[in-house]
Design a protein around this ligand. Sequence first.
Ligand code: XIL
Length: 409
Amino acid sequence: MNTPLLKNYRRDITILAAALAAVLNFTQCTPKQSAAVSSVPNTTPHEDPNKGLKDYFKNDFKIGVAVSMNSIRQDSALIIREFNSLTPENDMKVGVLHPAENTWKWENADAIVAFAQRHHIAIRGHNLLWHTQDAKWMYTGPDGKPASKELLLQRLRDHIHTVVGRYKGKIYAWDVVNEAVQDGEDSTVIYRQNSPWWKIFQSPEFIEAAFRYAHEADPAAKLYYNDYSSENVTKHRKIYKLVKSLKDHGVPINGVGFQAHWKINSPTQDALRTALKEITSLGLEVQFTELDIDIRVPSALTPNATALVAGAQAAAPVDPGYTPELEALQIAQYKKMFDVMQEYKKHIKAVTFWNVTDKSSWLDGRGQGGGAATATAGRIPRKAYPLLFDVNGQRKKAYWAVVNTVDEK
Ligand code: XIL
């Protein structure tokens, strides 16, 4: 479809891509030869097919990936070759693992842990408290009324002790609390108001309790607060306040997880630097816990979104696919972000990608602005191509751009 908006967008992107070409000439998107190798003629090629991200980054931080049993079945060789940290994508979430008071679904979680152990891959746990994929039964008391704070704390403690205890010594880091900060520009509202936890507590007491219970259950595990849009300045200030207050209260927290669901046009390097500087100034470590870089750009690529919102009959949305222009922007953004990570590598313990290859990303089912993709509300199903391996599991150019950020000194 050639709407004026899309034409403009294509023109803009062509200009941008031309500008980028200059930058990218300096970004080698193929394996880098070490000085030693290139000075010796006729040596074997620099690309070692058995080497993975984990090897390139071995002096910097762990490189992880979120998995399901399906992705392990499909991509086990790639996972074993490339990664040294695994996060269960869904199988340790509270509602998935513990759907009713006396029902536990350990099968997938146990199988993922066993797979990781068999292949000497570290495991991070995700998560122990969230307002989504949660255990709804916890919020209601035996009398059918909202559970009291005491009952909810008791259930939280039982849950955390059971899960963290079961994997004690096997899981090196836990996302203890996920996404408890409120979005939006009002900097006075720090805590997520629509969380069932907040509704019952009206205070961050449940957040502190979750960390204390996790620490009781496995004193050696690193405990993280995990959230998205952590580089947005307003959101970042709130996350900072939350974790600072935990530190001030002597709550056992070791680090902050930046989910890093990024776009090809955001965040900027400076936004990421500012956020990292402030969090690390509290003596906390950092992990990038759910990294992907979506190639979908809002509005400009959804010319008929307005019509869809209005419920009008509109032509099918255009899916531009993984065009060279979008690929160039994605490569540049990956490079920018990993360059900043190199600056802060002393504080960064792991960088985890959210899903394995572009064949299947959780973003594919989602539209702009989040939520399930449907033909309404401007949420147009479109592939996101957000990872370092293409739909066939092959390394993308972005892979080499990332590898080439490694400081070999
Ligand atoms: C996502 C999973 O990838 C999807 O399979 C699931 O349907 C919804 O949750 N932030 C988080 C992750 O902390 O747990 C989410 O994972 C993505 C956003």
